[in-house]
Design a protein around this ligand. Structure first.
Ligand SMILES: Nc1ncnc2c1ncn2[C@@H]1O[C@H](COP(=O)(O)OP(=O)(O)O)[C@@H](O)[C@H]1O
Ligand SMILES: [Mg+2]
Length: 224
């Protein structure tokens, strides 16, 4: 089933990317270079205001660099900090439906809905009203929406910062499972300011002074 959801290995590359917000002379992102060429769980750590959300906006093309180039071959989905800002419909099924390519049979739609809910550990939640979901379940539903709309690269902007520890772990493990899938691993870029989340990543980098550090294994990563 995943085959029909994701076909290509996504690839993102920043080459000397510089960015400042209009009216602000100071460069928030300055000569930033990095690439993500392999599926996996990629995490970026950075202090408040360091430009993490801005980096994601550059990756998904919401804003354009002032200098440098961004190369992107990916079908990008977003998961925001607050799922209430993202979920539009009254229940899980209808939310998934607005994210699906509906040019397929009812039977296929039902199969896909079942499949993606299973992928995020929410089997049987199809009819559940959104207001009965916990924060973590809502976050996992937004991940399911990204999967059902054929996204192969998911950007997550501090997705656990509003969650309790149990929900935080469930969302982390959901992404861990999807990114380490044997057949079709997903690519995920996870923004955090929580040091304890890094151990789940395949690679970690810090955004500091406008630049992203080199990718490192979590055990070799040092945060200053
Ligand atoms: N739309 C905007 N216009 C002007 N300045 C902004 C805008 N969005 C963010 N900023 C500023 O850019 C800096 C970095 O913001 P952001 O990327 O949200 O950081 P982070 O996500 O790491 O906390 C902050 O100083 C913020 O005030
Ligand atoms: Mg932010």
């Amino acid at each position: 089933m995943r085959d029909s959801l994701q076909n290509e290995i996504p690839h993102i590359k920043f080459k000397d990317v510089t960015f400042s917000y209009p009216g602000n002379k100071e460069n928030l992102i300055f000569k930033c270079n990095f690439s993500i060429k392999k599926p996996g769980f990629w995490m970026v750590l950075g202090k408040n205001g360091s430009g993490k959300s801005t980096l994601l906006k550059l990756i998904n093309g919401i804003i354009k660099p002032k200098n440098g180039a961004i190369y992107s071959k990916a079908n990008i989905g977003m998961v925001f900090q607050n799922p209430d800002h993202q979920i539009l419909m009254p229940n899980c099924r209808s939310e998934l439906l607005i994210n699906i390519n509906q040019n397929i049979s009812q039977n296929e739609i039902n199969k896909k809905i079942e499949y993606v809910l299973d992928q995020v550990g929410m089997t049987g939640f199809e009819k559940r009203p959104i207001h009965t979901l916990s924060g973590g379940q809502k976050q996992r539903l937004t991940i399911a929406c990204a999967l059902i709309s054929n996204r192969n690269f998911i950007l997550l902007d501090e997705p656990t910062s509003l969650l309790d520890q149990t929900s935080q772990l469930k969302v982390l493990k959901t992404i861990k499972n999807l990114t380490s899938d044997q057949n079709k691993p997903l690519s995920a870029l996870w923004i955090t300011h929580r040091y304890e989340e890094l151990m789940y990543a395949d690679a970690v980098a810090e955004l500091k002074n406008g630049c992203l550090s080199h990718w490192k294994e979590p055990s070799k990563f040092q945060y200053n």
